[in-house]
Design a binder for this molecule. Structure first.
Ligand SMILES: [Zn+2]
Length: 233
């Protein structure tokens, strides 16, 4: 068994729908850097995380990457790629656990359950809004403001003060040079907003980090907080 309250999508469903989803699922452990969705490859599974964090990452032909979204326990990861290939890759950024459902079975469930379909569409609408915001953010906002925004979003999802991510991964996720991210992180450390060592970042002053984040954070925060708010409609 898994703790039901640990996945927000499952938690938004009534008992019958929740059971019909979990009956199709295997419980899986997902180490950091596990590939959940491979960009350009047929989608195989839909994932519902119960811990950890996944990054949606777009990879260019020259190998450069940028993160276009994060997803923790709000799932279902893969919902945007149910009918073909993964449009954007998705990897585990922070190790965790979750449920894994074959994509064919999940697609069939969408036909059978209006409730599962409705919650999945709500998640997809929310995801599309987030993708648009982060795409604009990657183009318009400074590395320091984006780093602050990213750390807050990750902390919201891992619900702890420590974010186990190396600086090299941060640069990859934010689509910036490593030196740029190193400098931004050093300024934050000097200001007492964060601390870091050995691949772990500690959020020391969330209030000041919020003031340093770009205006995308409140928008993305609201999307996260209001997800599944139509569940009672
Ligand atoms: Zn921004």
């Amino acid at each position: 068994m898994y703790p039901r309250l640990q996945n927000l999508f499952l938690n938004s469903l009534g008992e019958a729908s929740d059971s019909s989803v979990t009956a199709l699922a295997d419980v899986v452990t997902l180490p950091a850097q596990s590939i959940l969705i491979e960009q350009g490859a047929p989608t195989q599974y839909v994932y519902l995380l119960t811990s950890g964090l996944a990054s949606m990452v777009n990879t260019m032909p020259d190998g450069s990457t940028a993160e276009v979204g994060v997803c923790g326990r709000e799932g279902p990861i893969g919902a945007a790629d149910l009918f073909g290939q993964g449009s954007t890759g998705c990897i585990m950024q922070i190790a965790g656990d979750g449920l894994r459902i074959p994509v064919d079975a999940f697609r069939q469930l969408l036909h059978e359950s209006a409730e599962v379909r409705g919650r999945t569409l709500e998640f997809m609408q929310n995801t599309i809004a987030g993708l648009g915001q982060i795409s604009a953010c990657n183009r318009l906002h400074s590395a320091e403001a984006r780093l602050a925004r990213w750390l807050l979003m990750v902390q919201d999802r891992v619900e702890g003060k420590t974010v186990p991510v190396k600086q090299a991964c941060l640069a990859q996720m934010l689509g910036s040079r490593r030196t740029t991210i190193t400098m931004a992180a050093a300024i934050m450390k000097r200001n007492g907003w964060i601390g870091y060592n050995r691949g772990r970042i500690q959020i020391l002053d969330r209030r000041l980090l919020k003031s340093a984040a770009c205006t995308c954070y409140p928008v993305l925060d609201r999307l996260y907080r209001e997800l599944y708010s139509t569940a009672s409609l």
